[in-house]
Every structure is written in structure tokens, then in C-alpha cells.
Write a new protein. Structure first.
Length: 55
């Protein structure tokens, strides 16, 4: 760039987008996410125990 060349203008600031919010799907009556998470944790514990027994 020489002295006579002008610098390109800075890009216009972009507005920040709001964070994407995902909602949890509705569950049936009497079912809560805590119960589902606990079932997943128990399944993982059982799987880990089976892997240890197989080793």
C-alpha cells in the first residue's frame, strides 16, 4: 500500500444474534426429566460393570 492509497473502510459492526434456545420436548403426565436422566445413569453404570466383568 502506498501513501496515496486509502485504507478500506472497516466492516460495519454486526449485531449479536441472541443465543439459540432449544426447549425440551413435552413428556407424558407423571414423567419428569430427572427420572429419565437417572435411568440413563443407571444404564451406564450397568454397562460399565459388565465391561469390568468381561475384562
Amino acid at each position: 500500500m502506498t501513501i496515496n492509497e486509502s485504507t478500506p473502510p472497516a466492516p460495519a459492526p454486526t449485531a449479536e444474534r441472541p443465543p439459540v434456545v432449544t426447549t425440551m420436548p413435552r413428556l407424558g403426565r407423571g414423567v419428569c426429566w430427572r427420572d429419565i436422566v437417572r435411568e440413563i445413569e443407571l444404564d451406564e453404570l450397568e454397562r460399565d460393570a459388565r465391561l469390568r466383568d468381561a475384562a
